[in-house]
Design a protein around this ligand. Structure first.
Ligand SMILES: Cc1cc2nc3c(=O)[nH]c(=O)nc-3n(C[C@H](O)[C@H](O)[C@H](O)COP(=O)(O)O)c2cc1C
Length: 255
């Protein structure tokens, strides 16, 4: 189970309504905006949960991921500090991290996918990680709207920093090809589109990254695993990071 996106400070997220169904497209549009209670409270809750669980003898213990981001009020040049704060506060209580630089609902966040911004964030987290008694896997979650050269930059960086994996992908801002009438889409307004319309894009990026890297970077498909699709692409599930299959990486959120 992945928790987040967690930010250093609590924030309310965007005003409601902020989640919309597009039944004709089997899709959702959301602009939640990282509504969360902040890293301190979430770390405390995880700590208590771990304490209660310590005595349990589960055959398959729950794998907990910490998906981390920046507060809306934090300027992009200071974003790396927000990621470091969340990383430090959650480190002891999660099994892996996902660095989220790809949500369309925090203004400017996706600009952090540019190579230099990303390098600063990830290198800093890698250094902190190396200083801990137990290092935790760090994965990067990317948008399905990146250009090919941006994807190539991500691949370069992933091998430079020895990232533990990529999560592909977040929601899209692309509205092309939707069956939902344009007037209805306009009434809904801004947000990230998920569900069926994003599947082809995500799949394309997964295949591209897999090919370019010769499978050397583990990939977690976010939201792209449908049963038939899964059958065809078992190679994705072969890596140790993915050994629990997609079920363990399902997001559960209280809306
Ligand atoms: C209501 C809602 C809230 C989401 N919140 C987050 C979030 O906080 N952080 C994040 O990394 N992705 C978030 N996502 C993106 C999903 O984790 C997922 O990457 C995306 O929706 C694509 O998968 P899907 O098509 O199966 O929904 C959210 C998606 C939805 C629908």
């Amino acid at each position: 189970m992945e928790i987040g996106t967690v930010t250093p400070l609590a924030q309310d997220g965007n005003p409601k309504p902020r989640l919309f169904r597009l039944p004709q497209d089997k899709a959702l549009i959301n602009r939640m905006g990282f509504n969360n209670e902040g890293a301190d409270i979430i770390a405390e809750r995880l700590k208590n949960w771990r304490k209660r669980k310590a005595k349990a003898t589960d055959k398959h213990p729950l794998i907990i991921g910490g998906n981390i981001g920046k507060n809306k009020i934090t300027p992009n040049e200071d974003a790396w500090k927000d990621y470091a704060t969340c990383f430090n506060k959650l480190h002891h209580y999660v099994d892996y991290f996902v660095v989220n630089v790809s949500s369309p609902n925090t203004p400017g966040l996706r600009e952090l996918q540019e190579k230099e911004s990303l390098r600063k964030i990830i290198w800093n987290l890698a250094m902190i990680n190396n200083g801990k008694a137990v290092a935790k896997p760090i994965l990067l979650k990317i948008a399905p709207d990146l250009t090919q050269s941006q994807i190539d930059d991500v691949i370069d960086l992933a091998s430079e920093v020895k990232l533990d994996g990529l999560v592909i992908s977040n929601t899209t801002i692309d509205r092309s090809g939707l069956l939902t009438p344009v007037a209805e889409q306009e009434m809904i307004g801004a947000g990230g589109l998920s569900g069926k319309p994003v599947r082809a894009k995500s799949t394309g990026i997964i295949e591209y990254v897999h090919k370019q890297t010769g499978g050397s970077i583990p990939i977690i498909g976010s939201g792209v695993f449908l049963p038939g699709w899964m059958q065809e692409r078992k190679w994705l599930l072969g890596h140790p990071l993915c050994r629990y299959g997609p079920v363990s990486f399902t997001r559960v959120r209280v809306l």
